[in-house]
Design a protein around this ligand. Sequence first.
Ligand code: FE
Length: 190
Amino acid sequence: MINLFVSITKRTSVKMKGLILCIILLAVVVGFAAGRYFKTPHTQKGDDWESRKFGDTYIVSVKNHKELVSALTDFVKNERITAGTISGIGAVNRAVLRFFDPATKQYVDKTFEGQMEITNLTGNISTMDGKEYLHLHITLGNGAYQGIAGHLLSADISGAGEFSVQSFPFARLERTFSPEVGLNFYDFDK
Ligand code: FE
């Protein structure tokens, strides 16, 4: 075996040896990077949240009694996420929801108090004027097993806040205000 290796080495030109060495080094570097990226948990901690990264997906836990929208915004800012999606469950004891009336282009905000389950939170991440922009909708279930739903402005976690954030790395997804409609739309020309 050793003799075979020696004979191959002798017959291989310097150029070829260099190329083989480069390929081996590249394989080691790529393997190491892939191993770190996919296998090693990447844990981050903010004042109001903790997260662990798996590939391009983050599992985010928002701490008890913390305001949910500001905590998620702080997380997105911290991880420099410019485009992505958010989903999650948990519980809150106060929530401010917003309803947009297209006829008047006016927002109607309403506060709900009491213990409520987050039966679903769905949202997306983009930017507006280069600043992080979270568009979040929520469905809450109260003690009478009734649903409350709307655009989420703010909510206080009361128990757990468990979210999954899918990041689209290096993506650019800007918004522009539409005066005709009164909403901030995706602007794919930006
Ligand atoms: Fe909305």
